[in-house]
Write a protein that binds this ligand. Sequence first.
Ligand code: FAD
Ligand code: SIN
Length: 550
Amino acid sequence: MMALMQRSKNHKVDFLVLGSGIAGVRAAIELARAGHVLMLNKGALYESSTEYAQGGIAVVLGEDDEVSLHLHDTLQAGDGLCREEAVRILVEEGPHLIQELIEWGMKFDRNGTKLAFTREGAHSRSRVLHAHGDSTGREILRALMAKAKSLHTIQIQPYAFAVDLLAEGRRVVGTEYLDEKTGMVNQVVASAVLLATGGMGQVYKETTNPAVATGDGVAIAWRAGATLSDMEFVQFHPTALYVQGAPRFLLSEALRGEGAQLRNIDLERFMPRYHEAAELAPRDIVSRAMVMEMHRCKSEFVYLDLTGLDAEHVKKRFPRIYSTCLEYNLDITADLMPVRPAAHYAMGGVATDLDGSTDLAGLFAAGEVAATGVHGANRLASNSLLEGLVYGAQAARAMSGQKTTSAVVRGENPSQMPLTVSNPDETKAVPDVEPILCTVRNLLWEKVGIIRSGKDLSEAVKRLDSLTLPTPASPSRPYYEALNILEVARVIARSALAREESRGAHYRTDYPLKGETTPPRHSFVSRDTALQFSPDPPRVGSAAPRASGR
Ligand code: FAD
Ligand code: SIN
């Protein structure tokens, strides 16, 4: 244990939810029926990827649409690796949960009284609902938070950084968190714990993700011995704004859905040469095509061209993107927008069953942190918000059944998962983690990025293994985030090296084709077991029944 760590006494709740994005808040609302819920967010209350989600949420509510088509499109985009039963739950439960969200006050954009749907890449129908044009996630979170705040059994605590899980053997009984307001590390025990900590884009030098997306939930689960799955599959969004010195602000796929085109620096529209769906091909295909064009034209970016669209419509439909780009002196209605791909979404994560259970008793995962198998090797656009909603509720139902007093009582004096043990000689009061973070992010971007090779991946694995962080004298969020980024980066690189084929978002020049194994195999790895491939998820908790209590 770290020498100067101050701890408060344990406290107990029925359910603990780590993270307050779409998955966490939707789960908390469901759990509130069964008991007291404590929901932690390491940052400000709304800080999450959900808050920045632009394009929308995919759901079958349109007159010309069918659940079977949404299922088909998701399986196609997933390139053979989706878990079909998980996708079925996603597309079948989605419509009901969206209707419920509307009843709770969610305001989707409408044409007159009818819901307005837009089209995104690899969808065979216009089925993407949006809000305030391009602020869909913000409006969803507003509606969910309003509902959560109306329920007196939910307590929400911002600036509470979950450090590690508390466990008795392979049963998780709570968590240890750093209260940034007091500087104390607190322990809280619960009947069941949900990881809803979101993604890991901050592992890469170039990412669309907010600063909170440091892979904490995956690293926490890893240290506790849970199995991770498909960590090699990282989605690169094609169109992040490329302006020197600025963050990689996302230019929504919905822009292409409305007719925006990609041009190389010679102003040639190139996507029709790569795929029949051109700009609306699956994301992995568009991102790779862009990299190839950049390579061919010796440029660092390509252009997104909206100049052919009606300017007034664009301003009204994408007000947040329009105003943000103006801050960089770019007018999306008149200028060509320099863009290139950036790390956007993790298809892999903590392996779960259909009810969100992991292979550690008492531990559940939902949303981007989880690998339910719904996205396969490449996520279909706008399916992630839907996953958070559907699987947040799904996991909460299973957790509700686990409410026991005995777990809480036994948890009064829980054993703790070891934190990184400090070597007093290396201990520094405020260690500078930036140089190592910079190295990790560059390595991942250059060697474990959009186009990979065995040689690069081997080098990345070796270099990542050689890195160690200086141990701090007292706990700090930057230190733990750097530790989590390093641990997650190692698993991504190792998993990518082990997968000797190209599939979905994982492309290797030395294995350019899909492997011949039928059915295709997921990767599974834990701290205690070597990486292995299997078509089936590991034996985790028993699958919960489908949505009930409507
Ligand atoms: P998040 O919304 O990221 O929430 C995670 C929460 O956990 C945060 O509150 C975070 O602070 C907290 N947390 C993390 N670590 C800790 C810790 N150690 N202790 C305590 N709390 C912690 N998907 C779509 O379907 N449609 C879109 O239009 C879309 N647009 C996107 C645009 C952008 C710019 C980005 C980055 C992503 C977009 N996505 C979109 C993806 C989607 O937004 C995310 O996958 C989804 O919101 C994840 O939800 P979540 O609840 O799993 O995690
Ligand atoms: C976007 O608006 O392009 C993001 C949609 C998504 O990630 O699903």
